[in-house]
Ligand binder design. Structure first.
Ligand code: 0PR
Length: 349
């Protein structure tokens, strides 16, 4: 068999994954055979997981965070909804989310037998009245998104948290993608800004850890305990994770990336990415396209889908929104010169 090489990031504008930080890459390789799912045996990586959660707590304004490193944002969102369902006292639980919530909430609802109620957004952000209208005494969680997948917008998290308090539900924030950009903005999105109960923040996206490394955090340990399952033959007595054997590479690389980049490195990454997104938005607007955003480093514009297919032939990887707009995610590997040649290719048509 010919040796396969991973695709380079040189023309990737569609992904929420990115080039891992060099320290994360090196650390991932060293920890490939470890399993934080068995902390009694793999103590070093178990210690590292506690460090990772501490780091994520610092980034999200939580002094004594409870949580763990998940396989990604999907698992983190499923687990947050599972916490809310297990804690509530109802036979017909429902979750209220804005329509732009990631499709992992649909998976969560199906797996957990919870009804997912989605409220239309206004100007790409969650509409409080719409969410309030859908919530009732069986609502176990309200979801807000801090950095939406398609447009990179941030929902009004403090207002969603207040509404959750009013209806007696938990507030979950999905900052899977936005969480490592948001500390450098004026947005109110985390535990320190509002009565958020659980939060998703993924080191394997903007955090520059190796895949897989997602993150779920809970305000207090008793919330996480809602997930505990007895594990009779392991040294640890119970397990809160969804998967059993897990990637020590993901956990250890998340610590290495956050050690290297929090806080100045992530700030520089944000400033460069946001500068690039604004530059691209200006270039597209100057060419007569309607541009949506950027609020975080993600640009959507009304370029036709056939053009997206032609760009693909030239090696570009761009994606489109459900509404058909072209979508460019300015991840850490996306440079100004990449965007310059992308715009030059757009001009060629
Ligand atoms: N929450 C939000 C806000 C997300 O954007 C995503 C993923 C998730 C949760 C789920 O995270 P995991 O994929 O880690 O489980 N958003 C991207 C998406 O679905 C994921 C992605 C990543 C897609 C890399 C493409 C790609 O190349 O579009």
């Amino acid at each position: 068999m010919q040796r396969a090489e991973p695709q380079s990031f040189e023309r990737v504008l569609s992904s929420m994954c990115t080039e891992p930080h060099p320290a994360a890459r090196e650390t991932a390789e060293r920890f490939l055979g470890t399993n934080p799912g068995d902390p009694g045996t793999y103590e070093t990586v178990a210690d590292l997981e506690r460090e990772a959660v501490e780091h994520l707590g610092t980034i999200t304004g939580l002094g004594e965070p409870a949580g763990y490193i998940t396989s990604g944002g999907t698992e983190a969102n499923i687990q947050a909804i599972r916490i809310a369902r297990n804690r509530a006292d109802t036979d017909e639980p429902n979750v209220v989310a804005p329509e732009h919530a990631h499709f992992s909430f649909t998976k969560a609802a199906e797996l957990l037998d919870v009804e997912l109620r989605t409220a239309p957004a206004i100007e790409y952000r969650a509409d409080l009245d719409g969410m309030a209208h859908l919530a009732d005494e069986d609502t176990v969680a309200l979801v807000g998104v801090a950095g939406t997948t398609e447009y990179g917008f941030v929902d009004p998290i403090p207002a969603i948290a207040d509404l959750a308090t009013d209806v007696g539900a938990l507030c979950h924030v999905d900052a899977a993608w936005g969480g490592f950009y948001l500390p450098f903005t004026d947005h109110q999105w985390h535990f320190g800004h509002a009565d958020v109960d659980t939060l998703t923040i993924d080191p394997h996206k903007v955090g520059r850890a190796a895949v897989p490394a997602g993150g779920v955090l809970a305000r207090t340990p008793d919330l996480l305990d809602e997930l505990a399952i007895d594990t009779p033959y392991l040294e640890s007595r119970s397990q809160v994770t969804l998967t059993g054997t897990r990637s020590g590479a993901g956990v250890a690389s998340a610590v290495a990336a956050m050690d290297a980049l929090w806080r100045d490195g992530y700030r520089e990454t944000y400033e460069r990415a946001m500068g690039n997104a604004e530059w691209l938005a200006d270039q597209l607007a100057a060419r007569g396209h309607e541009v949506i955003g950027p609020e975080l480093p993600l640009v959507a514009a009304d370029l036709s889908v056939p053009m997206t297919a032609e760009l693909r032939e030239r090696g570009w990887r761009v994606s489109k929104t459900g509404g058909g707009e072209m979508r460019v995610v300015c991840m850490p590997h996306v440079t100004r010169s990449m965007l310059r040649s992308f715009v030059a290719d757009l001009d060629w048509y």
